[in-house]
Design a protein around this ligand. Structure first.
Ligand SMILES: Nc1ncnc2c1ncn2[C@@H]1O[C@H](COP(=O)(O)OP(=O)(O)OP(=O)(O)O)[C@@H](O)[C@H]1O
Ligand SMILES: [Mg+2]
Length: 253
């Protein structure tokens, strides 16, 4: 299982949306995904399944009692199983990050049959985020288009460097309104600063468009591709997922 954590210390920067959308894209490609909600807000759990203390008990050390919920994808080649979160996860932020990381790694070891693990942490700096970064193979950092877009990303990269926690696999722009010049420039800015992933850099070429239907899907508690298969972001996230899969193939060559 390859584990990616979605990270951006700026709140509301498309982490949960990207985790859900990429999990769905992978499942529709036939991969089995373990989605781990590490945010006490429980946004990912609420979207795909129901909130629960599943992750809290795992972080307490109770790996045997792993309780999974399977998301309804309306028939997909692969599946998404969710380890859900709720407010009880707040108390786990008092643990040391190394403890969280080692308990998460035990969960990975106990999870057979998955191709990918996707972790959705909270935006605040704390043990949950740092522990998740330490326990992952790669870090995906979405950047919400708009003024100050790069600030959250810079803080996130500093945190990754300072804590020696994993490495940035790739960054991408989300909620891009292609009618505005500022939004359009973000993708170019990321590519210039980090270099494209297909030539050794850390910026994805795909950008995720702003889509009202995506918010509707979340309100309807349905995965985007089930809610509206022809939604723009369903194809955007599918393209991004292809880039990610290609990147893995490249790394193994
Ligand atoms: N492509 C998109 N088009 C339209 N709305 C979007 C898009 N991506 C995300 N959003 C909206 O932006 C808001 C923030 O997204 P999301 O919850 O995914 O961010 P987050 O980084 O997980 O937030 P938090 O830091 O609170 O965990 C949500 O209201 C979501 O519906
Ligand atoms: Mg979130």
């Amino acid at each position: 299982m390859i584990v990616y954590t979605f990270a951006n210390l700026k709140g509301g920067s498309c982490k949960t949306t990207s985790a859900v959308s990429i999990a769905e894209a992978l499942a529709r490609e036939g991969y089995n995904v373990l989605a781990v909600d590490l945010d006490p807000q429980g946004s990912l759990s609420r979207w795909l399944v129901t909130r629960s203390g599943a992750v809290t008990s795992l972080l307490r050390g109770d790996v045997d009692g792993m309780s999974l919920q399977t998301a309804d994808l309306g028939g997909a080649a692969g599946r998404i199983d969710v380890l859900a979160a709720d407010r009880s996860l707040v108390e786990m932020d008092d643990l040391r990050a190394t403890k969280i990381s080692s308990r998460l790694k035990r969960v990975w070891d106990a999870s057979a049959g998955y191709d990918y693990g996707l972790v959705d942490p909270p935006p605040s700096v704390g043990a949950l985020v740092i522990g998740a970064l330490m326990a992952s193979d790669g870090i995906l950092s979405p950047v919400e288009a708009g003024p100050g877009a790069m600030d959250g990303l810079k803080d996130t990269i500093e945190l990754i460097d300072d804590t020696d926690a994993g490495s940035l696999t790739g960054t991408f722009a989300c909620r891009v309104d292609r009618r505005t010049t500022l939004d359009k420039s973000i993708r170019g800015g990321l590519l210039q600063e980090f270099g494209p992933v297909d030539s050794g850099g850390q910026a994805f070429r795909t950008q995720i468009r702003e889509a009202v239907a995506l918010r509707e899907a979340r309100t309807a508690y349905e995965p985007p591709g089930l809610y509206k298969p022809n939604m723009s972001t369903v194809s955007d996230y599918a393209d991004l997922t292809t880039e990610l899969l290609n990147l893995e193939t490249q790394k193994h060559e």
